[in-house]
Design a protein around this ligand. Structure first.
Ligand code: 5RP
Length: 214
């Protein structure tokens, strides 16, 4: 079964979690690209917050109502893809460079649901870990981070530089704390287990559903 089928079945299962009247956060990426039409097809009256310009454009194109994230402080549900999913639920995001907005949107939501194809499950996290860095003092931030590469993609819509930490990521608790402590790091792509409520993984044409034990 190909990856796109797995992305689609996970996305379609997540679309069924959306209910009329909800405020919904929309992630970014190729898995979310399957989610948007699946939600739109349900014809619900919902208000969305998008994590990237491309998601916002795609959602509007499908006739979905998109609110200004600056004016929203709560979402019922947010749904997004992932680059790596570890057995202990540490997740890496930001392959599409949208991890700062994605983390903010996840933190707005009562329920954050991750959708992915089965290739995203890993035994342990590894580099690259996406970073968003402030332009100001960039040379110093790169010196402090040491093992980091600039991605060479356009700056984020918030004007920041996209880079990747290339060092050891086998201890995400300490790595997240350290990355978060380096001046100039706007955000990193390590999402802690406490952030995610459910993980829907496409396996062939079936969906494996994981729910976080509270
Ligand atoms: C974007 C992300 C994406 O959710 C992540 O990269 C997965 O992308 P895809 O669904 O294309 O595999 O974090 O910043």
């Amino acid at each position: 079964m190909d990856q796109d089928t797995e992305k689609r079945v996970a996305a379609e299962a997540a679309a069924l979690l959306v209910e009329d009247g909800m405020h919904v956060g929309l992630g970014t990426g190729s898995t979310v690209a399957f989610l948007l039409p699946a939600i739109a097809a349900r014809g619900l009256n919902i208000t969305c917050v998008a994590t990237s310009v491309r998601t916002e454009d795609a959602a509007r194109e499908l006739g979905m109502k998109v609110a200004n994230a600056a004016e929203v402080n709560h979402l019922d549900l947010a749904i997004d893809g992932a680059d790596q999913i570890a057995p202990d639920w540490w997740i890496v995001k930001g392959g599409g460079a949208a991890h700062t907005r994605e983390k903010i949107v996840a933190s707005m939501a009562d329920r954050f649901v991750v959708i992915a194809d089965s290739s995203k499950t890993v035994d342990g996290l590894h580099a690259p870990i996406p970073l968003e860095l402030l332009q100001y003092g960039l040379a110093n931030t790169l010196r402090l981070l040491d093992d980091v590469t600039l991605r060479g993609v356009p700056d984020s819509p918030d004007g920041n530089v996209i880079a990747d930490y290339q060092g050891d990521a086998s201890d995400p608790v300490n790595l997240a704390a350290w990355l978060g402590s380096v001046p100039g790091v706007v955000e990193h792509g390590l999402f802690p287990p406490s952030m995610t409520s459910e993980i829907l993984i496409g396996r062939g044409d079936a969906v494996e559903r994981l729910t976080r034990a509270i």
